[in-house]
Design a protein around this ligand. Structure first.
Ligand code: SF4
Length: 160
């Protein structure tokens, strides 16, 4: 969804969004029942834990103290293809709730996107209805909305 602004070669060289530590494990992607069932059929070796109305990948910590998404192939990247969770398709954009309003923010941990001017990040949200797609998905899949996290610059606020 972010092909216009984020080159796949940059993602391939980084993959920081597929690895979590104790502080940002809450960022791990959430799947709905349908997607979880589809992914389970394709990759029976993956397992899940329930979180609210959604599912998280079961991750175990590595010796380096990090949690690697089990869908990450260290040579070729994410194995899920079109079944990549919505959270991952829009990352580092995040949808959060602050003071009862939905906001779209940006995760500062993405080195490529965070190096861009905020104006460019906001323009991208306007282009091709990206912000509307994010807000619409969050309306039908509210479990992807995270509580606002301090330090995440807010790019857009939904008024209603
Ligand atoms: S599902 Fe794929 S893109 Fe998302 S965190 Fe896991 S490996 Fe990365």
């Amino acid at each position: 969804m972010l092909k216009n602004i984020l080159k796949s070669s940059d993602c391939a060289a980084c993959r920081i969004c597929c690895v979590f530590d104790n502080y940002d494990i809450w960022e791990s992607p959430v799947l709905d029942n349908e997607l979880k069932d589809r992914v389970s059929k394709r990759f029976p070796e993956l397992s899940f834990v329930k979180k609210g109305d959604g599912w998280l990948f079961r991750m175990t910590g590595s010796e380096d103290g990090l949690f690697y998404c089990p869908a990450l192939d260290h040579s070729t990247g994410c194995i899920l293809g079109e079944d990549k969770p919505f959270d991952c398709k829009i990352w580092p954009y995040r949808i959060m709730e602050l003071g009862g309003k939905k906001v779209i923010s940006i995760a500062s941990i993405c080195p490529t996107m965070y190096a861009k001017p905020l104006s460019e990040l906001c323009e991208e949200l306007d282009k091709n209805g990206l912000a509307e797609k994010i807000f619409a998905f969050a309306k039908t899949h509210p479990y992807i909305i995270k509580p606002y996290e301090k330090g995440y610059p807010i790019l857009m606020v939904k008024d209603d």
